[in-house]
Ligand binder design. Structure first.
Ligand SMILES: Cc1cc2nc3c(=O)[nH]c(=O)nc-3n(C[C@H](O)[C@H](O)[C@H](O)COP(=O)(O)OP(=O)(O)OC[C@H]3O[C@@H](n4cnc5c(N)ncnc54)[C@H](O)[C@@H]3O)c2cc1C
Length: 379
């Protein structure tokens, strides 16, 4: 099953070669055609159960899809969130909410690509977010601001994390946060979006909430329990994005291996030199290790078991392996690594993101130090 799926994604991606992604990157344009084809083929709905119109596959299969997109030279970040952002709704939403939103998300009629957590004054310390949703009658009124919220302009819906009880009034800082489904089509001027230009082709934005009214029926799960809901979703996100890093790493080792065999300098292919060969081989070994940890994490997630440690660790290892492979490829290509037409420089920029997002690698190490190894808390 997994091999068939892998082959099907490879075949789809062959229709979107290096030039396609290079052009989109240069113009900072959205890969509309690619996302449409992926949606129509049902791949972005792979995690939605069949009863709601999806394919009902597991995270292991979703990992294969994202890995192969990135290995082909593509950039799954343009649409990966359509796969997993609905997970919070699926796991914690009411039956009515699921019936309302999941089928149109599965068919691609509605896009749910935006997940709004990060704030300028809170950064990695999520419990310090200050965007506030105040209950007023049968609605919530939201005020505040978010940063780096991706794909808002390609989303009909957005999952929002906001405070519903001030930090000073909760016993535990992780309480008093709630999750909402925001219908951006109904938001009007109450949601303003200001794009943030970045070094990659990634539609990300500052988002301002100015008295945004959300019907109370759009609250997902219980008021005040939102932090624990998004943690489950973040595990899925980390495992899936680790797969994109594994794909990036394999893209680099594929490209570097091929080039090292072809490029002749001093009358021999440069790949004969161990100074060229070993960095590529070392990055490949690390990539295989990261992929094995990722497979283990995805299996735990699919079995409904705790996987916080594995999800964090595979995201860390995969992003580091991709960065190592990116540098090995740049070195192998020499000056040509910098030339746009070779594609390596674009992927080099894209691969760097995953050391910082969706969680920075320092924060992963602090999680492992404190929660896995039991060392003293630093914050
Ligand atoms: C292109 C892009 C897309 C994004 N998309 C989204 C999105 O769709 N939705 C969303 O909610 N967010 C998104 N993000 C935000 C992303 O998740 C954050 O940037 C990331 O979690 C880091 O937070 P920060 O930028 O505030 O860094 P900070 O928290 O300010 O950290 C800065 C640096 O300090 C380090 N640091 C901080 N505290 C400690 C500590 N105690 N110990 C050791 N080191 C520490 C960090 O590791 C980091 O290196 C996106 C970011 C980017 C760049």
């Amino acid at each position: 099953m997994k091999e068939q799926l892998r082959e099907a994604i490879r075949s789809l991606c062959r229709g979107y070669p290096e030039e396609y992604w290079r052009e989109r990157d240069r113009e900072r344009a959205y890969p509309e055609e690619f996302v449409r084809e992926l949606t129509d083929a049902g791949y972005l709905a792979c995690l939605i159960p069949e009863e709601y119109g999806g394919a009902g596959l597991g995270l292991r299969e979703a990992c294969v899809i994202l890995e192969e997109i990135n290995r082909s030279g593509g950039n799954a970040a343009a649409c990966h969130a359509q796969m997993y952002t609905m997970g919070t709704l699926l796991r914690h939403g009411s039956e009515e909410q699921k019936e309302r939103w999941l089928p149109p998300i599965a068919s691609g009629e509605l896009s749910l690509q935006a997940f709004a957590v990060t704030e300028p004054d809170a950064g990695s310390d999520t419990t310090k977010i200050s965007t506030f949703a105040e209950r007023v009658g049968d609605r919530y009124v939201v005020r505040g601001k978010k940063i780096f919220i991706s794909r808002v302009q390609h989303s009909h819906l957005m999952v929002l994390l906001a405070r519903t009880t001030p930090l000073e009034e909760v016993e535990k800082k992780t309480r008093g946060l709630s999750v909402f489904m925001v219908d951006l089509r109904e938001a009007g001027d109450a949601v303003r979006v200001r794009p943030v230009d970045t070094m990659i082709n990634h539609e990300t934005n500052e988002v301002f909430f100015d008295e945004l009214e959300i019907p109370a029926e759009n609250l997902i799960g219980e008021e005040g329990s939102g932090f624990s809901y998004i943690l489950g979703g973040m595990n899925a996100e980390r495992i899936l994005l680790a797969s994109e890093s594994v794909g990036d790493a394999l893209y680099f080792t594929d490209r570097a291996t091929e080039y090292a065999g072809e490029r002749v300098v001093f009358d021999r292919p440069i790949g004969k030199n161990q100074g060229v060969q070993f960095p590529i081989a070392r990055a490949y070994v690390r990539t295989r290790g990261a992929a094995a940890l990722r497979d283990g994490a995805a299996s735990l997630f699919d079995a409904g078991e705790r996987c916080g440690a594995e999800a964090n660790m595979c995201k860390y290892l995969a992003s580091e392996a991709a960065w190592e492979a990116a540098n090995a490829a740049m070195d192998t290509f020499g000056g040509y690594g910098f030339a746009e037409e070779y594609g390596v420089e674009r992927k080099f920029r894209e691969a760097r993101l995953y050391m910082v997002a969706p969680v920075s690698n320092n924060l992963v190490l602090s999680y492992v130090g404190q929660h896995v190894l039991g060392m003293p808390r630093s914050f």
